[in-house]
Design a protein around this ligand. Structure first.
Ligand SMILES: NC(=O)c1ccc[n+]([C@@H]2O[C@H](COP(=O)([O-])OP(=O)(O)OC[C@H]3O[C@@H](n4cnc5c(N)ncnc54)[C@H](OP(=O)(O)O)[C@@H]3O)[C@@H](O)[C@H]2O)c1
Length: 434
């Protein structure tokens, strides 16, 4: 049977993993499809230094991506470059030339995926993006097909492997964030500029995409509340453990009476919840459905081969649609059209909170803090204080009963002005319902 042809732009981590799977697993793939996927052109800036698996047969190499998007033999372009500029040009050129697109690009798909999809529909081609979120976990397929009959009420995820690695190492070893980060950078787990990972922006793009699939709304990433993990310390893990909780960077999308509330932030979660067992660079997504109840998805969030599997599976799906000749296309956003998202502030949510203070110790501190909490109608639940040798930098924790985030924010703002505090209080929600 005639093959479907693929051009691959980007031969880095994901591109090389994709090519090796297409080469090593070619027979299995052909068995499942009933035809072969043939890689005819590959591209990267330094393409001539790249190892291309011999079993792929003759493959044209180019350092100019236009040779791929303009190659009349290519039916599907895999954009595995990343970033928002060249990648956008590659995808637009491919669509213009009526080639289907498979991409792993969360940044681009989070910022303008629905516009790209509209162009793809008009051009009658397909667009697939499974690899853009949670590398090796087929969470798009789950939301688009597996549980599309359900009405999703909430989705919680650990979507950034680097920050999860850092948090779980801090928890295990009691080391400071800076030390674990430096080690992760040495091992190649974290970028030289770690901001996208530890300040939550990478996770925010991924949540924007997953929430669009789950709730059918077009979400601008900057509308999502984001707070990174920089302020966390081993002390927080010790106090969290005393409360039978741990701390993870939780991406949350919850349908409420007020609307869809979205956030990426460190939160205390019970040690007994399944999310607490997600260690190291693994990712997980927990989906709550009105009819099907809870489902949980776990796996590698990144890496050459796990992400390569997602790209190859997308290539197979798109190739099947090309072969079936159907003009109907399944939207990569699980909805033919996305509605406009009306942002709802996390400040309206009610939660128990963990408040951690670092103070110059002196009499009357607790009374001052309790007075501010009382003035905001916030009920104190517990006070925790580990023995500490120095009075100059004494950490302790107050937990408060469920209250609106707005009240907590106001209290924290007022507390931050107290002269005995060494830094503004750290306020983390306690996700006890997980
Ligand atoms: N790494 C992961 O585990 C992972 C997981 C999920 C999703 N993703 C996404 O997958 C995409 C690729 O990530 P990656 O980690 O594979 O990146 P990478 O290792 O940096 O690879 C990028 C590739 O793009 C090529 N490239 C860059 N600019 C180019 C240009 N102007 N023309 C032609 N080729 C160009 C590079 O060429 P040279 O090598 O010749 O410089 C390189 O081969 C990104 O969107 C990323 O967010 C990655």
């Amino acid at each position: 049977m005639q093959e479907v042809t693929v051009g691959v732009v980007g031969l880095g981590n994901v591109g090389s993993g994709t090519l090796s799977i297409l080469a090593e697993n070619a027979d299995q793939i052909a068995l499942k499809l009933g035809f072969r996927l043939k890689v005819c052109t590959v591209c990267s800036r330094s393409v001539h230094d790249k190892q291309i698996p011999e079993s792929l047969g003759p493959v044209a190499r180019t350092s100019d991506w236009r040779d791929v998007t303009g190659d009349p033999r290519v039916q599907i372009v895999a954009e595995l470059v990343g970033g928002a500029s060249v990648a956008a040009d590659i995808i637009h050129a491919a669509i213009h030339n009526r080639k289907s697109v498979v991409t792993a690009n969360k940044e681009l798909m989070a910022s303008c995926g629905s516009e790209i999809w509209n162009r793809a529909i008009q051009a009658g081609i397909n667009l697939a993006m499974e690899a853009s979120v949670c590398g090796g976990i087929p969470i798009h397929a789950v939301l688009r097909e597996g549980i599309s009959g359900d009405r999703i009420t909430a989705l919680y995820g650990i979507l950034n492997g680097t920050s999860n690695y850092i948090l779980t190492e801090m928890e295990k070893r009691g080391d400071q964030l800076e030390d674990v980060l430096a080690e992760a950078q040495k091992l190649g787990y974290a970028e030289a500029d770690p901001s996208a990972d530890i300040d939550g922006f990478d996770a925010r793009s991924k949540l924007a995409i997953l929430a669009a699939l789950a709730f059918g709304e077009k979400i601008t990433p900057s509308d999502i509340f984001v707070e990174g993990i920089r302020r966390l310390s081993p002390t927080d893990f010790r106090y969290a453990h005393q409360l039978k909780h741990t701390i993870r960077l939780i991406c949350a999308a919850r349908q409420t009476h007020e609307g869809l509330i979205l956030s990426v932030r460190p939160a205390l979660i019970p040690e007994s919840t399944i999310l607490a067992s997600v260690q190291g660079a693994y990712n997980a997504v927990w989906v709550k459905g009105q009819y099907g109840d809870d489902t949980f998805y776990y796996g590698r969030g990144a890496g050459s081969r796990p992400t390569g599997v997602a790209v190859v599976s997308d290539l197979m799906r798109v190739a099947r649609e090309i072969r079936s000749g159907s003009p109907e296309r399944v939207s990569p956003f699980a909805h033919p059209r996305l509605g406009e998202y009306r942002p709802v502030s996390v400040a309206v949510q009610t939660r128990a909170y963990y408040l951690r203070f670092r103070v110059h110790d002196r009499p009357g501190i607790l009374a001052s803090l309790a007075g501010i909490l009382a003035s905001k109608n916030i009920s104190l639940e517990a006070v925790l204080q580990e023995p500490c040798e120095t009075k100059q930098d004494l950490p302790f924790v107050i937990t408060v009963e469920p209250t609106s985030e707005q009240s907590v924010r106001e209290a924290v703002e007022e507390m931050a002005r107290l002269d005995f505090l060494r830094e503004a209080p750290l306020a983390l929600p306690m996700e006890t319902a997980l």
